[in-house]
Write a protein that binds this ligand. Structure first.
Ligand code: 13P
Ligand code: ZN
Length: 270
């Protein structure tokens, strides 16, 4: 068996967490990530059929039964992942139709999967139905997007259109726009299911007054989705109190659709 601490997927996960912390998106223990692993790749480092510590999940995810995920631990600080990956992260395999998570590596000292495990697993199931190449769900508390949810309408089309208008590349990066959930208690199956439902039509789901979820094919792409939306929110907040003299028009957004070969969410451009 190879040394898991040298696995590219583990190194990339730790780099992503460190970056997110540095950007101020993951203070204290905030944020969580899950990465669906290629089983042949993961099997180079661990016996995936071997014994492990079983943790009941409190939900079902039959579509993910047997799948292995690299996940962040509940209450763990992104800041510290680089110093002790085996404490902050875990490699788990879902068994019993998703009702059980078997810890095969990490979460040392009795750690548990992120409290947002339901939102992650339910979102994976939905996104895999939309895109078989889907692999990553990522949650964090980016400052500008979070601030924007206090002062902007939470209506999804309006919220998305504002972001699209703030940076030329937004409509190319997230043409499916941003879905928005109203404030709900976090860490529950209910918010997990609501997030997964929203994931059926967009890869970005804002949790009003809390943070954001993103889904994508790899860590870089998923991180980049949030990075781009966060930049747009920053421009919005820097300008919202000033008279708007110029904007990217819908006609120009249509030009960008042509230029980049993407289609903005149906009906969200005039
Ligand atoms: P966890 O530490 O359980 O991952 O929770 C952090 C968080 O952001 C909750 O929404
Ligand atoms: Zn959170």
């Amino acid at each position: 068996m190879k040394n898991i601490l040298e696995a590219p997927f583990l190194i990339e996960m730790v780099r992503t967490m460190t970056n997110m912390y540095r950007l101020g998106w993951d203070e204290r223990n905030s944020g969580n990530i899950s990465l669906l692993l290629d089983r042949d790749q993961a099997a180079q480092y661990l016996d995936l059929d071997g014994p492990g510590r079983d943790i009941p999940t409190g939900f079902q995810a039959p579509a993910l039964d047997g799948q292995c995920f690299l996940i962040t631990g509940a209450g763990k600080y992104f800041k510290n992942a680089q110093y002790d990956p085996a404490d902050g992260l875990g490699l788990v395999r879902l068994t019993q139709g998703g009702r059980n998570a078997r810890v095969l590596w990490g979460l040392s000292g009795g750690g548990r999967p992120t409290s947002e495990f339901p939102a992650h697993m339910m979102s994976h199931a939905v996104r895999l139905g939309v895109d078989p190449a889907h692999r990553v769900v990522l949650h964090c508390h980016p400052t500008e997007l979070l601030a924007m949810t206090y002062v902007h309408s939470l209506e999804e089309r309006a919220f998305t259109r504002t972001l699209w208008q703030m940076c030329t590349e937004c409509v190319f990066v997230f043409p499916d726009g941003v879905n928005v959930l109203p404030w709900m208690p976090c860490g529950t199956n209910e918010i997990g299911q609501a997030t997964a439902d929203k994931m059926s039509t967009a890869r970005l789901v804002v949790w009003a007054l809390h943070g954001i979820y993103a889904a994508g094919r790899d860590l870089d792409e998923t991180f980049g989705l949030i990075e781009t939306a966060e930049k747009a929110a920053q421009i919005y907040l820097k300008t919202a109190h000033l008279p708007r003299l110029n904007t990217i028009t819908d006609a120009q957004l249509h030009q960008l659709e042509q230029r980049f070969g993407v289609k903005a969410r149906e009906g969200w451009l005039d």
